[in-house]
Design a protein around this ligand. Structure first.
Ligand code: ATP
Ligand code: MG
Length: 230
């Protein structure tokens, strides 16, 4: 299978007063296209830090990140933002939806980010149609005009998944996507991920919950800043 993302010897530390907190101490990881990978580890072990680096939301201190043959360390921030918008969809524990926008507008938002105002006018009908299709797929077609605060947690997370998929990103990254939901609702979200993965979507999901992790195709554990496969 083709490699989608490869990281080599990644290190990341944070300054804590006079000392440095070494969070990632040399991570090597290869993710193949079509994989569903769960990342587990204790709180503070660096799961979110690693996910942010994989999704180009942050840069490592050392080591390299290659997306297919593109070296991400070689890109300036502007190009990196463009790369992220086109390539990566994010789903977060607390949804991060925009409360002033409707459900439909939230789902459409990523498509708006990289086009001019004139371009947007031409593109909008297609984007609306795709957003509608995604929201319908995730059982939200009767919630299009709701605002996020009028939805349940599971519904909000399904809007977030629709938004993450808007630009057809080859890579879907999720940080504790079920962490704020009761277990039944959480399994519903996991079911959506499994379905997407069965259709070929590459997914990397951080979770605290080993039963959720067991449903992914592969689990990697972060311990002492290093990766352990299990
Ligand atoms: N911007 C930052 N500045 C300083 N320290 C940070 C920063 N971001 C994270 N850290 C520290 O780095 C460590 C790893 O954080 P990270 O958020 O990656 O952990 P995590 O495994 O996702 O934990 P959790 O399961 O609680 O979400 C933590 O000890 C955290 O306090
Ligand atoms: Mg975290």
């Amino acid at each position: 299978m083709e490699t989608i993302i490869k990281v080599q010897n990644i290190t990341k530390s944070y300054k804590m007063g006079k000392t440095r907190l070494e969070v990632l101490r040399g991570i090597d990881l290869t993710i193949k296209k079509g994989e569903f990978v769960a990342v587990i580890g204790a709180s503070g072990s660096g799961k979110s830090t690693l996910l942010h680096i994989l999704g180009a939301l942050d840069r490592p201190d050392g080591g390299s990140v290659h997306y297919q043959n593109q070296c991400l360390d070689c890109l300036r921030w502007g190009k990196l933002n463009h790369f992220r918008n086109k390539t990566v969809g994010f789903v977060f524990q607390f949804y991060h939806l925009l409360d002033e926008l409707t459900v439909l507008e939230n789902a459409m938002a990523p498509a708006m980010a990289s086009v001019s105002a004139v371009g947007w006018l031409a593109l909008k009908p297609k984007v609306r149609e795709r957003a509608f299709g995604l929201l319908e797929r995730f059982g939200l077609k009767d919630r299009l005009k709701h605002k996020p605060y009028e939805l349940s947690g599971g519904e909000r997370q399904r809007v977030a998944i629709a938004r993450a998929l808007m630009n057809e990103p080859p890579l879907l990254l999720a940080d504790e996507p079920t962490g704020n939901l009761d277990s039944q609702t959480g399994y519903g979200i996991l079911g959506a991920f499994k379905e997407l993965n069965a259709e070929g979507q590459t997914i990397i999901m951080v979770t605290h919950d080993e039963r959720i992790a067991a449903q992914a195709g592969r689990t990697i554990q972060l311990t002492d800043g290093k990766v352990k496969e299990s």
